[in-house]
Each structure stands twice: as C-alpha cells, then as structure tokens.
Write a protein that binds this ligand. Structure first.
Ligand code: NAD
Ligand code: UFG
Length: 339
C-alpha cells in the first residue's frame, strides 16, 4: 500500500505550491480542503505542471468523521497542516469563527492523527507570533505575543502542540514560522488568488499594475526605517514550498518539536517593493501615502540560520524573481482562477 502526505488546505496559495514541490519530489499527495478560500482549479493546474495526479478530497478539518474516513482509507505518513483562516482584520470581527476554524480544527486533526498513530506534523505558523519584536533579525527564541485573534490562534496552536509533545514525546512536529510569502510558480499557472480587496501588499500592487485598482495606499511613511515605510522579510513561495519538503525530510529522523523561521533574513520596505515591481516588469504602480494601518509594526525580518542548520534550507530566489513571478501570474490570470 503506497503512503501519502496529507496536505490540509492543499488547494490554497502555499498549499498548492507545496503540493507541486512534493509531487515533483516523488511523494504521493492528498489535499484535504473545504475550499472556503480556494478553488479546485489550483489543484488541476498543479497536476498539469507536475505531470502526475494527486487526490483532492473536499472536507473540513473540524469534521472528525470526514478526517477519520481519509485516515482509514489511505496510509498517511505525515501531515502538512495549512488549513486555516488568515485575514487579520476579519479575525477581529469574527473571533469565534477564527478560534473554531484554526484552533478547534487543529485539535480535531491531531486527535485523528493520534488515533491512527500518525505523529509527523508540519504546521503553518507565522512571524505574527513574535508580535512587535524588540530585536531584529528575529530569532526563534524571541518572546511570543499576539495582538489579534488570528495571531492569537497561531500562538495557541503552537502552545497546544508543545503540550502534546510534552505528553507524548514520540511526535515529530515542525512549527514553520513564515515571514511574508509572495510570488508564484514561474509557469504563471498557479499563484495567490485573494478574495475581494487584497489585504496584503504584493497582491495589491499587482492588481494596481493590471488596472483592477486605481492606486496603492502606502500605509505610513513615518516609521523609523530608511524611507519611512514598513520593512518586511518577503519570501518567494517556491522557496517556502521547498522548506516544507526539507521539514518533512527532517521529521523522518527526529522526534520532538522545533520552531523554525522561514525567511530570507533580508528586509525590504514598501517602496522597495513598489520600485522593484515597476522597474523589473516595466509597468506603472501609482501610489499615494496614506495613514499608518492600525496594528502594523515598523520592521520585521527573520534570523534564518536555524533553518539552514537543522533543515539544510535557505532561500534561493531574488527580489527580482518575486516581482517577476507575481506579475506573470497576475497578467495571465487577471481574475485569478476565475480568469
Ligand atoms: P490560503 O487561504 O490560500 O490557504 C488556506 C487553505 O485552507 C484554503 O485553501 C482554505 O480553503 C483551506 N481551509 C481553511 N479552513 C479550512 C477548514 N476548516 N478545513 C479545510 N480547509 C480549510 O492561505 P495561505 O496563504 O496558503 O496560508 C496557508 C497557511 O499559512 C495558513 O494557515 C496561514 O495562516 C499560514 N500563513 C500564511 C501567511 C501568508 O501571508 N500567506 C503567512 C504566515 C502564515
Ligand atoms: N502595506 C501597504 N499597503 C497595502 C498593504 C500593505 O502599505 O495596501 C504595507 C503594510 O503596512 C506593511 C507591508 O506593506 O508595512 C506588508 O503588509 P502585508 O499586509 O502584506 O503583510 P503584514 O506583514 O502586515 O502581514 C503578514 C501576514 C499576516 C501575518 C504578518 C506577520 O499577512 O497574516 O505578516 O507574519 F500576521
């Protein structure tokens, strides 16, 4: 009986790129997704790009019976857990929905994994668990805090998984703390497909460039940074996907739980991103300076050496790759997967 890697939320932005990476590396993949923020089209394109099929199962991670059916039918060797809601603003309006989906969903998933003695888990955590870090670059040992229900849900899940490993040391868990994922597969066939008005910088820039939105609002130019705009650690989603492959390989030969930053270690400002996008792609990105966005921090970038030491992983893509690949996806799919 062949074994599978189960990707919860496999149809989403990071999940679809990771599915492609794993298929290319020879793994069998099952995606388990309720399509609350994605479409099945992403997985069809992943199959075309990989030249291999995957199993796509429609289901919700809060549905214990549905998960049990998957684990009963297929031999699962490890789970990469992407499924979750991720909009910070929405999470402040719908906290119960966020805690239920993200935290309860994870508890249900772990309960089923435990029942079937599947104890290898890669979890999508976030740099948001560092809150407003006092020191950059941010190390994994930096204190954790959260300022909104989304961030709180990621922090709570980290704590739950730590308690689980304390109680049952035979689990192997990687808490991957992503910095700011951007970009798309270089084919331009899969990419980020936000619903409605994008919250994040890169999709907003590319929708302005393609003419769907008039101009970008740059949220604040009075931060203590080189040009006054916010600085982040943007990481190409293909590098990020590869980090999951390395994490799975690492879990093959280690027990316990490790938190690992996935970032480049380099920070770029909002204006760096706007300028790179327009210069590399030869396209205009009109913008205006707007007030700061509540809850935003000035600077955030990773200390990425733990990922290199533990996983043998580091980023390979450049800023030019990030903006070029984002644009290729946007240009060819102006309305995302509905194009
Ligand atoms: P995404 O919304 O594109 O993907 C998440 C997927 O999970 C979607 O396909 C959605 O339909 C599915 N999903 C949500 N709730 C579900 C449920 N209850 N049951 C089954 N499927 C469900 O988001 P993404 O950008 O690919 O993010 C993946 C993970 O990484 C998320 O957990 C997110 O919080 C985390 N993360 C993302 C970022 C980022 O900026 N994109 C940064 C840090 C961490
Ligand atoms: N920004 C703008 N205009 C926009 C959108 C963003 O100027 O229209 C700026 C922000 O002020 C910030 C930078 O661009 O300085 C990046 O903003 P994003 O919204 O793209 O990303 P954040 O760093 O704010 O948030 C991301 C994820 C969150 C996660 C957080 C910390 O979206 O889920 O990183 O890891 F919590």
């Amino acid at each position: 009986m062949s074994s599978y890697i189960l990707l919860t939320g496999g149809a989403g932005y990071i999940g679809s790129h990771t599915a492609l990476c794993l298929l290319r590396a020879g793994y069998n993949v099952i995606s388990f997704d309720n399509f609350s923020n994605s479409s099945a089209e992403s997985l069809k394109r992943v199959e075309q790009l990989a030249g291999r099929t995957l199993l796509s199962i429609t289901g919700d991670i809060r549905d214990q019976a549905a998960l049990t059916a998957v684990f009963s039918q297929y031999k699962i060797s490890a789970v990469v857990h992407f499924a979750g809601l991720k909009a910070v603003g929405e999470s402040t309006e719908l906290p119960l929905h966020y805690y239920d989906n993200n935290v309860s969903g994870t508890v249900t998933l772990c309960r089923v994994m435990r029942h079937f003695n599947v104890k290898k888990l890669v979890f999508s955590s976030s740099a948001t668990v560092y809150g407003d870090a006092k020191e950059v670059p941010i190390k994994e040992t930096s204190p954790r805090s959260a300022t909104n229900p989304y961030g709180q849900s990621k922090l709570m899940i980290e704590l739950i998984l730590e308690d689980l490993v304390k109680a049952e040391p035979d689990w192997s868990i990687a808490l991957l703390r992503y910095f700011n994922p951007v970009g798309a597969d270089e084919s331009g066939q899969i990419g980020e497909d936000p619903n409605g008005i994008p919250n994040n910088l890169m999709p907003f820039i590319s929708q302005v460039a393609v003419g769907k939105r008039q101009q970008l609002s740059v949220f604040g130019n009075d931060y203590p940074t080189k040009d006054g705009t916010g600085v982040r650690d943007y990481i190409h989603v293909v590098d990020l996907a590869n980090g999951h492959l390395k994490a799975l390989q690492y879990l093959e030969q280690s027990k316990g739980i490790e938190a690992i930053n996935l970032g480049t270690g380099v920070g770029y400002s909002v204006l760096d991103m706007v300028n790179a996008f327009s210069e590399v792609n030869q396209v205009a990105v009109p913008y205006q300076i707007a007030p700061r966005r509540p809850g935003d921090i000035a600077v955030c970038y990773a200390e990425p050496t733990k990922a290199l030491t533990l996983l043998g992983w580091k980023t390979e893509k450049t800023l030019d790759d990030m903006v070029r690949d984002t644009w290729r996806w946007q240009k060819h799919n102006p309305n995302g997967y509905r194009s």
